[in-house]
Design a protein around this ligand. Structure first.
Ligand code: GDP
Length: 192
């Protein structure tokens, strides 16, 4: 898949605001600060998502129209410790309202920090949740530019082994662009 155009369409704070045109969608999810905005920006080759947004502000779901035919959907980051439990529950509910009633949602990319030896439980929970809805889940280990060659090999051995059997994991770096082509190809497969 080649990205020819991308534009911001809307931010939704409630299901009534989600786009109603039923175009195919791919959603991007991850813990706060994991590198989701950087990954999105690198994928589309433009600064569409804000990097290092101050957490604690109202969180919304952002919809970006790609090639005038599909949406990249930027979900609120989860697991940010410094906001109230009530706010976290609010975002969680919005994410669930989105994922559970979206027949045009073709895949969810779950972004994970490649530098952790164990995949954080919140990320594994998100992956299991997506799979439980019958939606394709694509875990992406990002910031691999911070790993040595042998650490990357270890990640493929040990990190991938911690994932559920059905998923196809990817490595990525927003800094170098490593893994971008492979991820775009995988997305194209599920969007077709
Ligand atoms: P978000 O909160 O998940 O959207 O995370 P951001 O995209 O704002 O990234 C958080 C921090 O990690 C920023 O300082 C980024 O510059 C840095 N970062 C994100 N992706 C990468 C990457 O692939 N490599 C490196 N070295 N740093 C990254």
């Amino acid at each position: 898949m080649k990205i020819q155009s991308v534009r911001y369409v809307l931010s939704a704070a409630a299901p009534s605001q989600f786009p109603k045109d039923r175009l195919a969608e791919v959603a991007f999810s991850g813990r706060s600060n994991v590198g989701k905005s950087s990954l999105l920006n690198r994928m589309v080759g433009r600064k569409i998502a804000k990097i290092s947004q101050t957490p604690g502000k109202t969180r919304v779901i952002n919809f970006f129209l790609v090639n005038e035919q599909l949406y990249f959907v930027d979900l609120p980051g989860y697991g940010y410790a410094k906001v109230s439990k009530a706010m976290q529950r609010g975002w969680q509910r919005l994410i669930e309202q989105y994922m559970e009633k979206r027949p045009n949602l073709k895949a969810v990319v779950v972004i994970i920090d490649a530098r952790r030896e164990r995949i954080p439980p919140a990320d594994l929970q998100m992956i299991e949740y997506v799979l439980s809805l019958g939606i394709v889940c694509i875990p992406v280990f990002t910031k691999i530019d911070k790993l040595t060659r042998s650490e990357r090999a270890a990640l493929k051995r040990n990190g991938f082994a911690q994932l559920p059997a059905r998923v196809e994991a990817h490595l990525f770096s927003a800094l170098t662009g490593d893994g971008k082509k492979e991820l775009l190809n995988t997305l194209a497969k599920y969007l077709a």
